[in-house]
Design a protein around this ligand. Structure first.
Ligand code: SAH
Ligand code: SF4
Length: 361
């Protein structure tokens, strides 16, 4: 089987080129540029590589991204790709163009084990972790689809790991993919422009800080343990006090001096004045920005979106208390590309009851 070079981070690629093919290390950098920066999959077109190396590559390696199953464009310019990751599973990647940036929202797992009550990915169960090539392959495919080429301009300026799955439960592959995103010969993004979003796995937040600190977003969604236990089973394992302490530790090394707290606005559940006051208390403990997300409905969710005036009032209360608060614009709704609507298609191989018990233990 040829080695899929999209599965290798920078060090692994150098090892493959030097130890595996007997070439000089700088060849690995050239190869990385062709593959990742210019989106080239055909070794014969990598014109500054020696013919002998190109021949060796053809025999031993490939550049194989995930298989594209669908490509949808929303009215607002949001674009969603559905990727077939085998055995009946599909994941989604979303590109969100804005005036001064282009953000790619990337998935890290087929499904998710954590079963948050308001999330359609969580409702579907879990199938498996994505490989490095399946994670970085989303950036690779999107770049190509958006016209990456030698000398072409880059439309993806930011990456958020906010698609399907919990990135910190697929830690090794996620960190390898992050390293490629940051690598100047690959995607060359600054640490501030790459964001990992987590539901709050405390030990893994510490590992991310130690191994690859990038911007951190934490799905908070409730300002007290009783409510958070109900909405996010992971809170029973890592309650708020521990989560907030890990956020403070993270900020020692983070490229930004704040954590973004995501807060999905669920009508009559977490959107009362009392909740805003509790959130203000949390913001006093951790330097943060609040990002309110209007709930995006999906069939049988059991929740509804907080009315616009309620979101406005909630946001004003926070801002008046000095907590920088923004409300996320809902994008790509007409193609089901908004937050929490990413469903792909997952063959659930977990038994739900077991999963919830594990998350709660
Ligand atoms: N597992 C990670 C990253 C993926 S979810 C995490 O939970 O942070 C990305 C964001 O979308 C999270 O903040 C998540 O809570 C939010 N989200 C999930 N379902 C949603 C829904 N139905 N409407 C709006 N946001 C939702
Ligand atoms: Fe998983 Fe995040 Fe959805 Fe929770 S919100 S179920 S952690 S993807």
């Amino acid at each position: 089987m040829p080695v899929n070079l999209l599965d290798l981070d920078g060090d692994q690629l150098t090892r493959f080129v030097v130890a595996g093919l007997g070439e000089k290390p700088f060849r690995a950098r050239q190869l990385k540029r062709w593959m990742h920066r210019f989106g080239e999959a055909d070794f014969s077109r990598m014109s500054d590589l020696a013919k002998s190396l190109r021949d060796k590559l053809v025999l031993t390696a490939s550049v194989t991204p995930p298989v594209l199953a669908a490509d949808n464009l929303a009215e607002d310019g949001t674009r969603k790709w559905l990727l077939d990751v085998g055995r009946g599973n599909a994941v989604e990647t979303v590109f969100i163009p804005e005036a001064e940036r282009g953000t790619l929202c990337v998935s890290t797992q087929a499904g998710c084990t954590l079963a948050c009550a308001f999330c359609s990915t969580g409702k579907q169960g879990f199938n498996r972790n994505l490989s490095v090539s399946e994670i970085i392959g989303q950036l690779w495919l999107a770049n190509r689809a958006l016209g990456a080429s030698p000398g072409g301009d880059r439309r993806i300026s930011n990456v958020v790991l906010m698609g399907m799955g919990e990135p910190l439960l697929n830690f090794e592959a996620t960190v390898s993919a992050l390293r490629l995103m940051l690598d100047d010969d690959a995607y060359g993004l600054s640490r501030r422009r790459v964001t990992v979003s987590t539901s709050g796995l405390v030990p893994m937040i510490d590992r991310l800080r130690d191994e690859c600190p990038v911007a951190l977003a934490v799905s908070l969604h409730a300002p007290n343990d009783a409510l958070r236990d109900r909405l996010m089973p992971i809170n029973r394992q890592y309650p708020l006090a521990e989560l907030l302490a890990s956020c403070r530790r993270y900020l020692d090394r983070a490229p930004r001096d704040f954590v973004t707290f995501e807060y999905v606005m669920l009508a009559g559940v977490n959107d009362a004045d009392e909740h805003a006051r509790e959130l203000i208390g949390i913001a006093a403990e951790v330097p943060c920005k609040m990002n309110l997300i209007p709930f995006n409905p999906f069939p049988d969710s059991g929740f509804t979106r907080s009315p616009r005036e309620v979101v406005r009032r909630f946001s004003e209360m926070l801002n008046a208390a000095g907590v920088v608060t923004t409300t996320r614009k809902t994008r790509g709704e007409d193609i089901d590309a908004a937050c929490g609507q990413l469903a792909g298609k997952i063959q659930d191989r977990t038994r739900r009851v077991l999963r919830i018990e594990r998350a709660a233990s």
